[in-house]
Design a protein around this ligand. Sequence first.
Ligand code: GLN
Length: 540
Amino acid sequence: MTELNSTDSSSALIRLSAARLAQKLAAGEVTSVEVTQAFLDRIAAVDGGHRGVHAFLHVNTEEALAVAAEVDAIRAAGGAAAEELHELAGVPIAVKDLIVTIGQPTTAGSKILEGWHSPYDATVVKRLRDAKMPILGKTNLDEFAMGSSTEHSAYGPTRNPWDLDRIPGGSGGGSAAAVAAFEAPLALGTDTGGSIRQPGAVTGTVGVKPTYGSVSRYGAIAMASSLDQIGPVSRTVLDSALLHQVIGGHDPFDSTSLPDPLEDLVAAARLGNVNGMKIGIIKELHGEGYQAGVENRFNESLELLKQAGAEIVEVSCPNFKYALGAYYLIMPSEASSNLAKFDGVRYGLRVLPEEGPLTIERVMGSTRAAGFGDEVKRRIILGTYALSAGYYDAYYGSAQKVRTLIQRDFEAAFAQADVLISPTAPTTAFKLGEKLNDPLAMYLNDVATIPANMAGVPGLSLPGGLADEDGLPVGIQLLAPARQDARLYRVGAVLESLLEAQWGGPLLDRAPELTDTSLEAPSLTDAASIEAVPSHGGSH
Ligand code: GLN
């Protein structure tokens, strides 16, 4: 009986929002060790094995429990130290494995970093530690964050908790799936072209790409430095605001970090008011090419916002149709330069050529041939070509001009509306393997998310319901002008509460129960022990 009760309470605990967990911890109704253990048990139950979610590449059991115990001890002792604890102290979190951490491996989803340990913490990780949030582990991603399905991970794909045969989005499919499968209440992601928002959309979770420069990139392994941004992943809009408030704000270690103090994002999420606000539908980001069920849920959200007092207007961003093309020149160009440091000398893997002389070029060549997957090689080749003398102006130069046009489209749109709205992704989650051998079809998933990265503006994706034709989650994207991230939380919180009132609870309550795979699960203590799922199509 006691057994049953404790199982019951831990399965209830893992479904609570981070905000609710924080309240219960502060009120002494539960300890951080209990909460952290409940999530670790859930990871052990659903993450491993052939049909497991496989959201985690590394589980940080001992350290997470030690941090939890430390928070509990401070709370139990009371006094000033207990009062000074951060609101989220003791609330566990998962971290995308593109973000470096002391004491845990960081692989970036690549064989080339297998076994590598960072000698320093990313600024966002340091801030999590300062807030005393136990770090549950590192989550799976497409290799170096290149992809929209997490199938390009060298360690095998993550599965979507809504349907284990479908993709969880990418590149941050691990963080989104961990949160959707109740393996973590919160996670960190990175978004270069949609890798926080699109996984959020297809897993029924919330994901935010903050204003470029408002959250430090120090310690996020760079993909495309002018587009990359770290941001929160959660199950509720308020939870993302709470996490954003922890990680955001100026950092002298990031040369592109904004000096501005962070707005009160949590207050904005708690206020949740759209009365009198103008919300602009982006003409170019819905309709043709978008799944009917996505379009239907999008229209319902517009209707709800109208009823809540918002004025819905239509705006046109004619240059958005060039965003994807320009992104696939700028992103590979920057990535080809950023990835040049993986040379077989400084980090991780070193593979010696099988025969012939041991020159630096040949060691570099055999290390990269073995260490990088197909998608990474494709983008390095594309970027190197686009940057080569004679082609620079035609490709990289033109793409940068398109970027300016996209920024102007946003400026014109924000002159007419306070916030813009669109579906986050054109379709719901597709089947594992479906687009793996068709890079262009894969790239098209990000049509609606890429413009925000090109202009540096913030975006939030929240669950908008289930598509009629397949019963899978649809994401609604909100976009705001740079430095106005608070508006996303304000509008997002209203839409979330109206939708949940309609559904009679959170969307994730409708996700199927996951079966316990722990009996067949491998040990989850290090990345190397995790089996790759056979459907992985990479050449690793
Ligand atoms: N899916 C996009 C790409 O493959 C975006 C990736 C990201 O945001 N990291 O480039």
